[in-house]
Design a protein around this ligand. Structure first.
Ligand code: NAD
Ligand code: ZN
Ligand code: ZN
Length: 390
């Protein structure tokens, strides 16, 4: 089969690789009908996540048709159409039974690698480094799905792939980011980053009753999309974000701040230069410019929600502000399994529209170029959907 493989920093290629096979009784093999490139994939592309080997198959947002099921998968049959959550979860462990699926303690066979970096290991993820399990990803024609009796969600024939594909990651991710803000009537929520995750965080915050959402980015097409969803927008290159947020909130700051940017924030000026130098010298692993800004902006007693991915150790995070101003911080890889069914119902009822963020539809062969386009935000790219059989 054909698959998109990581070949090194800023190098991905389409390779001919062996088809996957059932290994465990709870596996299923999915023929991938649609997959997508995520902002998280860019962290692999840019070399920010350790534990990638040449030839690793990328991709964690995918859906398709069940073509083989193991004998332990009672709820799926060949021919079913399913969307698959990006964390791999057993459904039975301490964490899964608490619906903390991205922390499943049975799905990362390389837990010892993650423990070295983070103290404890989270769940394994599709296509996301050997540190997180070394699972082949879904930017491919076929993929093996472990614990297939727990993760994949059957989707009604009436809904198109594009309507449901993002249940695999970015829709639940934006939703959980907003849910983590504990939004109360009258709240103002500020969202850094108007990529796919930011867009769904904005929509979700408004659905949850936020009075105002303030969206921050620099790309006009992304800001326009946010505005279309009902957000007030700020172009961080043309104003002082802290001052603008104070002006909009009577000097107090937003009730909740969402960092939907993560470890590769673009920061003009001296602050950005500091992180660029320190990451180059490997004295810091990530560029946390947005995290710092969001902490400083948040109102006293407010909430900071961080769906943006960070990988390692960062500098000059104003932790004193968190303690002295009683800020609650919430984060995590998304517990997708928890949100997929309720969000599918909202899609069916027309309460959530997921397809309008798609700007590019391509074949597998065009994926290498699309990584660069998406990374550099060329051609007004917001979200790339890939059809592996085109
Ligand atoms: P993306 O690259 O499309 O979007 C990031 C956006 O941040 C871009 O629009 C960029 O212009 C903007 N940005 C950069 N610097 C900024 C700054 N200083 N101020 C404001 N905006 C700034 O990526 P995405 O797909 O939307 O993903 C966003 C983040 O969410 C990534 O870190 C990704 O890894 C993470 N993510 C996390 C989960 C999870 O489970 N927690 C799931 C999916 C994605
Ligand atoms: Zn993702
Ligand atoms: Zn588990």
């Amino acid at each position: 089969m054909k698959a998109v493989c990581w070949q090194g920093i800023h190098e991905v290629g389409v390779e001919e690789v062996p088809d996957p096979h059932l290994i465990n009784p709870r596996d299923a093999i999915i023929k991938v009908t649609s997959t997508a490139i995520c902002g998280s994939d860019l962290h692999l592309y840019d070399g920010y996540i350790p534990g990638m080997y040449r030839g690793d198959i990328l991709g964690h947002e995918f859906m398709g048709e069940v073509v083989e099921v193991g004998e332990g998968v009672g709820n799926l049959a060949v021919g079913d159409r399913v969307v698959v959550p990006f964390p791999i979860a057993c459904g039975n462990c301490f964490f899964c039974s608490r619906e903390l699926y991205s922390l499943c303690e049975n799905s990362n066979p390389n837990a010892h690698l993650a423990e070295k970096l983070w103290g404890h290991s989270p769940a394994g993820l599709f296509g996301y480094s050997h540190m997180l399990g070394g699972y082949a990803g879904g930017q491919a024609q076929y993929v093996r799905v472990p614990f297939a009796d727990i993760g994949p969600l059957k989707v009604p024939a009436a809904l198109s792939d594009e309507q449901v594909l993002f249940l695999s990651d970015i829709l639940p991710t934006g939703y959980m980011a907003a849910e983590n803000c504990n939004i109360q009537a009258g709240d103002t929520v500020a969202v850094w980053g108007c990529g796919p995750v930011g867009q769904f965080a904005i929509k979700s915050a408004l659905l949850m009753g936020a009075e105002r959402v303030i969206a921050i980015d620099r790309f006009p097409e992304r800001l326009r999309m946010a505005q279309h969803s009902g957000a007030i927008t700020l172009d961080y290159e043309s104003l002082d974000v802290q001052e603008a947020l104070k002006d909009l909130t009577a000097g107090r700051g937003p009730d909740a701040c969402i960092d939907a940017v993560g470890m590769e924030a673009h920061m003009p000026g001296i602050h950005g230069a500091y992180d660029r130098v320190k990451t180059t010298l490997r004295l810091e692993t990530d560029r946390p410019g947005v995290l710092r800004q969001a902490i400083m902006a948040c109102r006293n007693g407010g909430t900071l929600s961080v769906p943006g991915v960070y990988g390692g150790v960062i500098d000059k995070v104003p932790f004193g502000a968190i303690v002295n101003r009683a800020i609650t911080v919430r984060s995590g890889q998304t517990h997708c399994h928890r949100y997929m069914r309720p969000l599918l119902e909202r899609i069916e009822k027309g309460e959530i529209e997921a397809t309008s963020i798609i700007t590019h539809r391509i074949s597998l062969d065009d994926v290498p170029g699309a990584y660069q386009m998406f990374r550099d935000k060329q051609d007004q790219c917001v979200k790339v959907v890939v059809q592996p059989w085109q």
